[in-house]
Design a binder for this molecule. Structure first.
Ligand SMILES: [Zn+2]
Length: 232
C-alpha cells in the first residue's frame, strides 16, 4: 500500500472501521512511515477528547455498527476513498451526539426523581398534622422520618449516614408490635441527601428502624440488630 492510499484510510483506521485486509495493509505501511504514525496519533487524540467530553457513558454498540454498516453499504463512499474521511468524521460526531443524548436524558431522569422526592418532603413538612422524628442508635447519622399520620404519607430523609459496604444495603422497617415490615432499602450517596418515600397507615406502627442487610434487595425480616431507631 502506498503512503497516499494509507493516508486516506487513516481516519477509518482510527475508528476501527476498516475490514481486516485493509487494516493489516495500513498497519504494515505504518511500520515504516513516520508521517502516517504522527497523523494517526493526532486522530486518536481527537477521538479520545471527544470520548472524554461525553463522560463515562458509552454509546450503544449497535448504533456504531449501524452507522458503519450504513457507510459501507454506500458504493459512492467506497469507490471514492476520500469520502471515508468525511464519512468517518460524521460517524464520530453521530456517536458523540448519541452518547451525549443518552447521558443527558439519564441525568434528567435522576434529577426529576430527586426533585419529586424533595417536593414530597416539603409538602409533608408544610402539613400542620405532620411529624418529624430523628432516628438514633449505634451509628452517627443525620436521619429523620417525616410523616403525616392523617394522610398516610411519609418519607425517610437521610442526609448523613456512612456507607454500609459493597455487599450491604440499609433497610427501613416499620414496626408493629414484634412484627417489623420492610419499607424499602437504600444506599447513602456521598454529599447528597436521600429521600425514601413511605406510604402506610402510621397509626398501626410504634416505631421505624434501620438495619444493615444484604445487597441488593435486603431481607424479609431483619437479620441484624437495627443500627437506628425512631419512635412514632
Ligand atoms: Zn504513510
Amino acid at each position: 500500500m502506498t503512503h497516499e492510499q494509507a493516508s486516506e484510510l487513516l481516519a477509518a483506521f482510527a475508528l476501527h472501521a476498516l475490514d481486516r485486509d485493509e487494516e493489516q495493509a495500513v498497519s504494515a505501511h505504518m511500520q515504516s512511515c513516520a508521517q502516517c504514525q504522527d497523523e494517526l496519533a493526532s486522530l486518536r487524540e481527537v477521538t479520545e477528547q471527544l470520548g472524554s467530553a461525553v463522560g463515562q457513558v458509552s454509546p450503544p454498540p449497535r448504533l456504531r455498527e449501524a452507522v458503519l454498516a450504513g457507510i459501507r453499504s454506500r458504493p459512492d463512499v467506497i469507490t471514492l476513498r476520500r469520502g471515508w474521511v468525511v464519512a468517518a468524521a460524521a460517524a464520530v460526531l453521530l456517536l458523540v451526539l448519541a452518547a451525549l443524548g443518552v447521558s443527558l436524558s439519564r441525568q434528567l431522569t435522576a434529577l426529576s426523581a430527586r426533585l419529586a422526592a424533595q417536593e414530597r418532603v416539603l409538602a409533608l413538612l408544610a402539613a400542620p398534622s405532620s411529624r418529624s422524628v430523628p432516628l438514633t442508635g449505634s451509628v452517627t447519622a443525620a436521619v429523620r422520618f417525616v410523616y403525616d399520620p392523617d394522610r398516610g404519607r411519609g418519607a425517610l430523609v437521610v442526609s448523613d449516614l456512612r456507607d454500609p459496604g459493597r455487599e450491604s444495603v440499609y433497610q427501613l422497617w416499620l414496626i408493629a408490635g414484634a412484627q417489623p415490615e420492610s419499607a424499602g432499602v437504600f444506599r447513602p450517596l456521598p454529599g447528597q441527601p436521600i429521600v425514601l418515600p413511605v406510604t402506610a397507615d402510621f397509626s398501626r406502627y410504634q416505631a421505624v428502624a434501620i438495619s444493615v442487610e444484604r445487597a441488593p434487595s435486603g431481607a424479609l425480616q431483619p437479620t441484624t440488630t437495627p443500627v437506628l431507631l425512631g419512635k412514632l
